[in-house]
Design a protein. Structure first.
Lengths: 237, 454
C-alpha cells in the first residue's frame, strides 16, 4: 500500500484523524512477512515479526488497512514471538473496517458514493478475521464492511452470485499457479459485471491489484477502489 | 507433472473447465441448502469433531474393542500395516476360496492400495459396481473425485464409452438410458461374482459392526449374493458408539451431495449362514500422522468431498491434476505424508482462502495444515533455489527500511518510463494475463512526511 496504493492508506489515515484520533505512521515499518510465511520460509519471518513487535508495541491500537496483513499478525506470529508479550500486542491489532466497527463503533459516516458497488470479500479478512459470516457457515449473516458501506449516501451494494469466492490472488500463488489465479480472477470480475457493479471494492489492495490487472488487460472499464477511500469520501474513479 | 502444469493443461480446454467449475459449484450450493435447513448444523459439526478427536486420542483402545466385538459376531479381522500387506491379505482370502471374480463397491482405500491392478495381475477379475467407478474403470483411469469419481466427464463422453464397451446406441446420452444400460450390464456381474468387496464408512467399536453408505445400493446387492464379503477400512474409520452414527450420517450426505441421508446406509454385523465377512484394517501411514500434532486432525476426515467441491482450485484444475488418489484440499494435506518430493507442489495449490476449513463437517483445519506443509517442505529443501534466493533478498530488504524506501523510490521513478517490452516479457509471469499496477509518483511515506499533521 505504501509503494503502490498510497491513496488508500491516506484515506484510512484521514478518516481516523477526522475522528480526532492521534495517528502515527512509524516509518521504520516495512512488511509483515506474509509473502514469506505463505511461501514456507518461516526462518525469514521471525526477524520481521520481531521488528513489528519492537515498532508497534507501545501504541494503544495498531490499525491496518489490509485484512490479510492483520490476519498475519494476529494468527501467524504466534510461532515466531514470545507468546506472552505477543498476546498483548495482537489483541490491539485491527483491520481498518474492524476498528471502525468494533472499537470506534462508527454509525455516522459522512460520505457519498453514487454508484453500484460490488464488494469483494477478501478471504483472510472474511474467514480468518471474521469480518463477516462466510457462506459455508450456518448462523446469523453479518458483514462489518457492508454495515459501514450501508452508511455511505447513495451507495448501492450489488448482490453477487458467489458472495465470497476467492479472487485467486493468494500472494505467490498468483505467480506459481498463474493459470488458475487468472481464471479465478476473471470469474470474479464476470460475477461483478453480471450484477451490474460499476466499482469493485474490498479491504485488501492485493486482491484489488490482481483484479485491476485483469480488467485493464481486457480493455474494460470497471474501476477497483479500496474501501477506505469510499468511507473517507475520497474515492476517485 | 506438478500441479500448476497439470492445471494449465486442464484450463486450456476452457469450456470444459468452466463446465467442471459450475458442476461442482452446483453441488456446493446443494450442500449449502441442505445444511442450512438444520438449525443445529454448527453444533453437529462441533459434536462430530469432538467425537473424532476423542476417538483418535484413544484409537488403539477403540480398535481393540471393535476387533473383540467383531470376532464375537463371527467376523474375521485382519490387520495390515501397509498397502502391500493389505493386498496380500485380500488375495490370500480370495485365493483360499478359489475366487475368480469379485464385485466391489466404492472404496477409496482400495484405490489407495491399487488393489484392482494387484488382483488382476493374479488372475482375479474385479468389477467396480458404483456407476462412476465403473465408468473410470472402463476408461482405465483413476477417479477424479472421492464421491463423484467421473465428475470430470460429460455425459456425451460416457455415451461414447458405453457405445464402445457395452454396445449402447451411438449418440444416445440421456442419463436414464445410460444408467439403465450400466444396470443391465452390471447385473450379470452381480450374479456371477464369487465374492464382494466394500469399503467402510463407519466401524462401531461398541457393536463390532460397520456401515457402508451408497446411493446405488450396489454394496448391498454385491455383499448379499456371494458367500464372501471383504470390507477394507482405514484405522481412522472407527467410532465409539452406535448412537454416534446419528451425528455422522446426518453430516455425511448433506456435506457430500446435499441429500439428507445417503439412499442406503447398510449395517453389517454378522454373516449370513454359510457366508463369511472379513474386515481388513489398514494403517498405511495413518498411525504416523496420528503422532504429528499439526496434521493429526486430518484423520478426522469422513471423505465427504465437500472440500473438493468448494475449492476454487480443485474446481478449475480437476481431480487428476493432483496426481494423487485423493485430490483437493484433503488430498493435498495427505499426499506429502506419502512422498514429499513427488507431491511438493500440492500444498501450494491453494490460495489459503479457508473455504475448505469452513465447509468441513468435522472441522479439519485444512488451510492451516496446507500452510504447515509449506514450512515443512521448505525446511526439507523442497523449494527452487531461485525462489529461495528471491525471498531471502526480499526479506533482507524488509529488514532495512531505508533501503526498502530507496528501492521503492527507484522503482517508481524508472518503471513508468521503461518501454513495454522490458516490463512485459516471458520473465514477467504476473504480466502474462495482467497489467502491472500504475505506479504513483509518491509513496505513502513520502506523502506522509511532506504533509502537515492536522
Amino acid at each position: 500500500m505504501d509503494q503502490l496504493y498510497p491513496k488508500a492508506a491516506m484515506a484510512a489515515l484521514e478518516f481516523l484523524e477526522k475522528r480526532g484520533i492521534d495517528v502515527e505512521y512509524p516509518e521504520a515499518q516495512t512488511c509483515c512477512g506474509q509473502p514469506l510465511k505463505n511461501s514456507g520460509c518461516d526462518a525469514e519471518v521471525t526477524p520481521l515479526a520481531q521488528r513489528f513487535h519492537d515498532i508497534f508495541s507501545d501504541y494503544d491500537y495498531v490499525v491496518c488497512p489490509s485484512g490479510s496483513c492483520t490476519s498475519m499478525v494476529r494468527h501467524h506470529y504466534d510461532h515466531h514471538l514470545d507468546p506472552t508479550s505477543h498476546g498483548t500486542l495482537k489483541n490491539k491489532v485491527y483491520e481498518f473496517c474492524e476498528f471502525l466497527h468494533d472499537v470506534l463503533k462508527v454509525d455516522d459516516i459522512d460520505a457519498s458514493f453514487p454508484h453500484r458497488v460490488g464488494l469483494h470479500q477478501s478471504c483472510h479478512g472474511l474467514r480468518e478475521l471474521r469480518l463477516g459470516s462466510s457462506s459455508e457457515l450456518h448462523g446469523t449473516s453479518f458483514s462489518k464492511v457492508k454495515s459501514l458501506l450501508h452508511q455511505v449516501r447513495d451507495l448501492q451494494l450489488v448482490e453477487l452470485e458467489r458472495s465470497d469466492e476467492c479472487c485467486g490472488f493468494g500472494g505467490t500463488f498468483a505467480i506459481a499457479e498463474e493459470s488458475i489465479s487468472c481464471s479465478m480472477g476473471r470469474d470474479r470480475i464476470e460475477d461483478h459485471k453480471s450484477a451490474k457493479a460499476q466499482v469493485i471494492t474490498g479491504v485488501d489492495s492485493s486482491c484489488l491489484m490482481h483484479l485491476e490487472g485483469l480488467i485493464k488487460r481486457s480493455g474494460e472499464t470497471l474501476p477497483t477502489v479500496h474501501v477506505a477511500e469510499i468511507l473517507n469520501g475520497s474515492a476517485e474513479l | 507433472m506438478s500441479h500448476p502444469q497439470a492445471a494449465d493443461t486442464f484450463l486450456k480446454q476452457a469450456e470444459h473447465a468452466k463446465w467442471h467449475d459450475q458442476a461442482l459449484w452446483f453441488v456446493r450450493q446443494k450442500r449449502d441448502k441442505a445444511c442450512k435447513k438444520l438449525p443445529e448444523w454448527e453444533s453437529l459439526r462441533g459434536l462430530a469433531a469432538d467425537i473424532k478427536k476423542h476417538t483418535l486420542s484413544r484409537l488403539s483402545e477403540y480398535l481393540q474393542e471393535f476387533e473383540a466385538k467383531a470376532l464375537e459376531n463371527g467376523l474375521h479381522v485382519h490387520w495390515a500395516k501397509d498397502a502391500e500387506e493389505h493386498n496380500q491379505i485380500v488375495h490370500t482370502i480370495l485365493d483360499g476360496k478359489k475366487v475368480k471374480k469379485i464385485v466391489k463397491s466404492k472404496s477409496m482405500l482400495t484405490e489407495e492400495c491399487h488393489l484392482n491392478t494387484y488382483l488382476e495381475e493374479r488372475g482375479i477379475e474385479v468389477i467396480d459396481t458404483d456407476l462412476g467407478e465403473r465408468i473410470v474403470q472402463l476408461r482405465r483411469e483413476p477417479p477424479s473425485h472421492i464421491v463423484l469419481p467421473a465428475i470430470h466427464l460429460k455425459r456425451e463422453q460416457v455415451s461414447d464409452l458405453f457405445h464402445e464397451k457395452m454396445g449402447t446406441k451411438k449418440g444416445h446420452s440421456e442419463p436414464e438410458y445410460l444408467t439403465e444400460a450400466a444396470r443391465q450390464d452390471l447385473r450379470k456381474d452381480f450374479l456371477s461374482a464369487d465374492a464382494a468387496m466394500t469399503g467402510v464408512n463407519f466401524a462401531i467399536a461398541e457393536t463390532g459392526g460397520f456401515v457402508v453408505c451408497t446411493n446405488e445400493g450396489n454394496a448391498d446387492l454385491g455383499a448379499s449374493l456371494p458367500p464372501l464379503h471383504i470390507a477394507s477400512m482405514g484405522l481412522e474409520k472407527v467410532i465409539p458408539r452406535a448412537k454416534d452414527l446419528s451425528v455422522f450420517l446426518r453430516l455425511l450426505a448433506r456435506s457430500a451431495t446435499g441429500q439428507s441421508i445417503t439412499s442406503y446406509s447398510s449395517h453389517f454385523h454378522k454373516a449370513q449362514k454359510g457366508s463369511e465377512i472379513h474386515i481388513v484394517l489398514l494403517d498405511n501411514g495413518r498411525s504416523k500422522i496420528l503422532h504429528e500434532p499439526e496434521f493429526m486432525k486430518s484423520l478426522q476426515c469422513i471423505r465427504c468431498g465437500a472440500c473438493l467441491n468448494t475449492c476454487p482450485i480443485y474446481r478449475r484444475s480437476g481431480g487428476h491434476s493432483y496426481n494423487h488418489v485423493i485430490p483437493g484440499p484433503i488430498g493435498s494435506v495427505l499426499a506429502p505424508h506419502k512422498d514429499q518430493s513427488k507431491h511438493q507442489s500440492l500444498p501450494f495449490a491453494s490460495t489459503l482462502c479457508g473455504s475448505c476449513t469452513d465447509v468441513c463437517p468435522v472441522k479439519i483445519d485444512l488451510h492451516s495444515q496446507l500452510l504447515s506443509w509449506r514450512s515443512k517442505l521448505v525446511a526439507s529443501g523442497y523449494i527452487p533455489k531461485g525462489k529461495l534466493l528471491a525471498l531471502k533478498s526480499v526479506s533482507w530488504v524488509f529488514k532495512h527500511p531505508k533501503i526498502y524506501g530507496s528501492l521503492g523510490w527507484l522503482g517508481r521513478k524508472t518503471l513508468p518510463s521503461l518501454p513495454r517490452f522490458l516490463l512485459h516479457n516471458k520473465f514477467n509471469v504476473w504480466g502474462k494475463q495482467r497489467e502491472m499496477p500504475d505506479v504513483p509518483p509518491l509513496s505513502f511515506r513520502e506523502i506522509y512526511k511532506k504533509r502537515k499533521k492536522p
